[in-house]
Write a protein that binds this ligand. Structure first.
Ligand SMILES: Cc1ncc(C[n+]2csc(CCOP(=O)(O)OP(=O)(O)O)c2C)c(N)n1
Ligand code: SF4
Ligand SMILES: [Mg+2]
Length: 285
């Protein structure tokens, strides 16, 4: 005879109740492909809120258009799906109107480093107080695996059958020269490290970029001889070297490596504060 567990004995998911699907269905669910990094990133956002005991109403999510747009379905609090590439400018409006909020933007590599590059540069330059999480999966996942500005040279994609011929953008370097004041890069194999970077970024006053390299087994993996999702995960994991180690390596040794760590942490006047100071100064008394 099969034992049917009575509902009152069913163990609750520790963070499930915080999420939209958890509230409706009792547990957090996601719709990503098998082996996609986005499911674990979504769940770690929930973990961040639970561990820091955050008031979800103060940390609204802004997402662009890509596979990652489905992440907010399992996130606590409020979220706004903007247009493709328009997360940062929408979050800028929200921050200026309600300075007590700390926007969290979730953007893809196609979203942030192609159609939305200008907003990214100006967000960094303004040092506006928000956390931008860049999900770098090396392709435009949602639209069928086309090349992105992060596709490695020589890699195959739906639109680069014989190998991609363009040089790639380094988001960390772009953010650094544009003026972001907290910058970190990790991979999906570094969950504890990127959660800690999120925690720091939420306490930091200014523009923070946390880049996470994430596998897209369905498009990048399939086209580049990674038959199983775990093969692509291990390829990402095994290429990661820490910033400290990278300093001891030659440019040739670093060529196909992913340098991970915290790259920038500094204080600089923040845009929203300057904006409100100006309003106070010019207000007719
Ligand atoms: C203005 C505009 N141009 C193009 C599109 C089509 N489009 C939707 S998602 C996407 C690519 C998403 O790629 P990325 O941001 O890397 O996210 P991923 O799906 O890889 O997570 C594109 C080109 C769109 N929705 N809006
Ligand atoms: S297509 Fe790629 S990025 Fe999109 S859900 Fe599937 S594995 Fe993830
Ligand atoms: Mg992408």
């Amino acid at each position: 005879m099969t034992y049917v567990r009575p509902p009152e004995e069913k163990p609750g998911h520790p963070i499930g109740k915080l999420t939209m699907s958890g509230k409706m269905l009792g547990q957090p669910l996601h719709i990503f492909c098998r082996g996609c990094g986005y499911g674990s990133i979504a769940q770690n956002f929930c973990r961040l809120f639970a561990e820091e005991n955050l008031d979800a109403t103060k940390y609204p999510f802004f997402v662009g258009v890509g596979c990652y747009s489905a992440i907010p379905v399992v996130l606590p609090g409020y979220s706004l799906m903007t247009l493709h590439g328009r997360t940062i400018c929408t979050a800028t409006g929200a921050k200026l109107a309600k300075p007590e909020l700390k926007p969290i933007c979730i953007a893809g590599d196609g979203d942030l480093l192609s159609i939305g590059t200008n907003h990214f540069i100006h967000g960094c330059r303004r040092n506006i107080d928000m956390l931008v999480t860049l999900l770098h999966n090396k392709v435009y996942g949602m639209t069928g695996g086309q090349s992105a500005p992060t596709t490695p040279e020589g890699a195959k994609t739906t639109t680069a059958k014989w190998g991609y011929i363009e040089p790639t953008i380094d988001a960390v370097e772009l953010a650094r020269v544009a003026g972001a004041t907290y910058i970190a890069r990790w991979t999906v194999a570094h969950p504890r490290q990127y959660i800690n970077s999120w925690k720091k970024a939420l306490k930091h006053k200014g523009f923070s970029l946390v880049e996470i390299i994430s596998p897209c087994p369905t498009y990048f993996g399939r086209k580049n001889d990674f038959p199983e999702p775990l093969d692509l995960f291990n390829w990402i994991k095994n290429r990661a070297v820490t910033l400290k180690k990278a300093k001891t390596m030659s440019p040739e040794e670093l060529q196909d490596k992913i340098i991970v760590g915290e790259f920038v942490e500094e204080d600089r006047p923040e845009m929203t504060e300057k904006y409100y100071e100006l309003i106070e100064k010019v207000r007719v008394k």
